[in-house]
Ligand binder design. Sequence first.
Ligand SMILES: Cc1ncc(COP(=O)(O)O)c(C=O)c1O
Length: 389
Amino acid sequence: MKLSTLVDRISGEGAEAWDIHTKAQQAAAAGKDVIVLSIGDPDFPTPAPIIESAVNALHAGDTHYAAVAGRDKLRDAVANDFAKRSGTPCQRNNVFIFAGTQNALLAASLCVLEHGDEVIALEPMYVSYEASLQIGGATLVRVAQPADENFRPNIKRIADAITPATRAIVITTPNNPTGVVMRTDELQSIADLAIEHDLWVISDEVYADIIFTGTHQSIASIPGMADRTIIVSSLSKSHAMTGWRIGWTIAPELLTPHFDNLALCMLYGLPGFVQEAAATALTDQRNASKDMCEIYQRRCDVVCAELAKANRLVVLKPEAAMYVMVDVRGYGMDSAEFCRALYDNTGVSVLDAGAFGQSARGWVRICFTISEQQLIEGCRRITEFLRTR
Ligand SMILES: Cc1ncc(COP(=O)(O)O)c(C=O)c1O
């Protein structure tokens, strides 16, 4: 039977990188001695008051269709929270509730990009961007942020990539996998380009609450940018709520009716009890991420200190998020080979960062989403594995 051409556009690369992770997860489920350092899913439980909020809503019969754009209470909570943190005015009508950052990104892509358009994304980039940004027929233009520039945005290279077909620039700050937090001057330069060339900026801010050094600033807070920025974010990382699938866009109001049409086809509204829980997360539980962030920071320090024992590894200390990037080429292996050999010899799974783009070839991404003791054991196995090489 004939399939649509869409199926090609959504079949991105990088599948091989996940093979080891999948194997490791299956082995862990079977009780084998493996240490999974390959997935960015917080190990913390969702804070209890958030769960209670959902359970109470369920018991109260909140099991029916909910407003497609999201409940007013939750949209207001997202708008108020963003306005307070960024100092940028934001109203309910700027907010649309989606099933996580991923779903919000898809909606943004489908509503602003189409055949004939080019979309610039800075790589290394999150693995699903390739498919999500090209799904509507646009062409992805990757702009490298190489390791020897500490994976920071290179404004000249972004400017050079802009053509008359460019419709949008996609940024991720804080970044997965590099942990880079964009500085005000970098955001301002990207904003200048967006304004000069009349471009959208899609800004993935899912790690905004997990910052170790520096501060998170949204590009939407730069004068002239709120009208052309679509922020995509969620509670997945900030409140350890990956499985709840709750996130949002913050965007110019003109997009709201179009998001509404799309979400009607795609979702028909998110579960009401999940929205109640999300509203609790953004109000009563707003500071829950602070404690998690402190723990992540400690774990990050532990991983960096442990891996420093392997003197041919180059470890890039992240400014944010939940990953450490490590250059393994000093041991004469490329990153894919390293990940395979490491897993086969030690049961430790890490991710080949090359899956995030060419700029990260030779690097692996290590997640610190497990306990400190397990991290120490994982790092011990890594350094032991390298001792004889
Ligand atoms: C940069 C980035 N964007 C989006 C996502 C997806 O997040 P969500 O669970 O909110 O859909 C992730 C998940 O790891 C991510 O790292």
